[in-house]
Design a binder for this molecule. Structure first.
Ligand SMILES: [Zn+2]
Length: 338
């Protein structure tokens, strides 16, 4: 690699952007992000091939179509340690306590290996970065370019902007799953606004949360069909903000302690762009974990796949000690009534 400096990194970012813009113009944002992923495997930033991931599908004993799944992903345990350097080189200032999502830190923390893609959409400017500890192949993080907090801090208007940008991203990505984890709902970087994007992984059908709404495809509050209470809306791609805004504002004004309120928000655009779905799962900041398997319940978990990384959990899975009911009970523990 070239000698590490900010200027050469900026130059490589610009060169990559030209290539990715070309792909995005011709084939769409999805293929451009897949090309970013390929670049990041080549630079060595993505080191986890997901070879060690094992997936356990746990069918509902009384209804065959329904299931939960557990992903044993040992590399995810390393994500809290962060990746890369923690001490800035001489003459360089680490900003925002070394935030992993600020470009001003990323170039030296990852020694030039991590490159992002500036996205031309959303209310705010964003950059797409790859996740070094993916939940699935090509797991991408879209971060605001500014260091602004993940939480909406009780501000309903801010929450609507977060949802609107998530939906905009999702609209550009048919066949992908996009989600936002609030503070205390799976987010591990609280200082810097970010979203998760992943192409539906090979071999995955509809996720359990998606299956839950298939029986009654109505919009609004959905209770008693899934261990978590949630709100759901569906419609033509790019047209969901208007119908969901009043419900979100209503929820925001009625909740008892808005400072403790958080959420997982999921947006999914169908592969053929025939529809877009949005799920809003209210959470409580003090209930980020559930007993049953080690780990935090974030957006992917609320969709119905629990991610665990300890050898102890792995043994329990192999022994068949974890069942559909175990996962249903876990999710129920973090559910918040609407
Ligand atoms: Zn930051």
């Amino acid at each position: 690699m070239d000698q590490l400096n900010r200027h050469s990194w900026d130059q490589r970012q610009q060169e990559l952007k030209l290539q990715l813009d070309l792909i995005a113009d011709h084939a769409g944002l999805g293929p451009a992000l897949l090309a970013l992923a390929e670049n990041q495997r080549q630079t060595g930033f993505i080191r986890d091939s997901l070879d060690h991931v094992e997936r356990f599908v746990l069918p509902n004993p009384t209804s065959r179509r329904h299931y939960f799944s557990v992903q044993f992903n040992p590399a995810r345990a390393r994500r809290f340690a962060g990746a890369g350097l923690s001490l800035a080189p001489e003459g360089v200032e680490s900003i925002n306590q070394g935030c992993f999502l600020c470009a001003e830190n990323i170039w030296w923390q990852q020694q030039g290996a991590e490159l992002g893609y500036e996205l031309p959409l959303g209310e705010l400017p964003y950059t797409a970065w790859m996740n070094p500890f993916p939940l699935a192949p090509d797991h991408c993080i879209v971060a605001a370019q500014a260091h602004i907090p993940q939480s909406w801090n009780g501000n309903g208007k801010r929450l609507l902007t977060i949802i609107a940008d998530l939906l905009k991203l999702s609209a550009e990505l048919p066949g992908w799953i996009a989600f936002y984890n609030g503070e205390g709902a799976g987010a591990s970087i609280l200082g810097h606004l970010h979203y998760h994007l992943l192409p539906r992984p090979p071999g995955y059908g509809h996720m359990p949360l998606e299956l839950a709404i298939q029986r009654h495809d109505v919009d609004g509050i959905v209770e008693d069909v899934y261990p978590l209470s949630f709100m759901h809306w569906h419609g033509a791609v790019g047209e969901l903000v208007e119908p969901l805004a009043p419900a979100i504002i209503d929820w925001q004004t009625k909740i008892g302690e808005p400072e403790h309120a958080t959420a997982n928000i999921i947006a999914i655009t169908a592969e053929d762009s025939s529809r877009q779905d949005c799920f809003f799962i209210p959470r409580h900041k003090a209930r980020s974990r559930a007993e049953g398997l080690a780990g935090v319940v974030g957006g992917f978990e609320t969709l119905g796949e629990i991610v665990c990384s300890s050898e102890e959990d792995h043994k329990r899975l192999q022994a068949g000690d974890i069942t559909y009911q175990t996962i249903a009970d876990m999710l129920r523990q973090v559910s918040v009534a609407l």
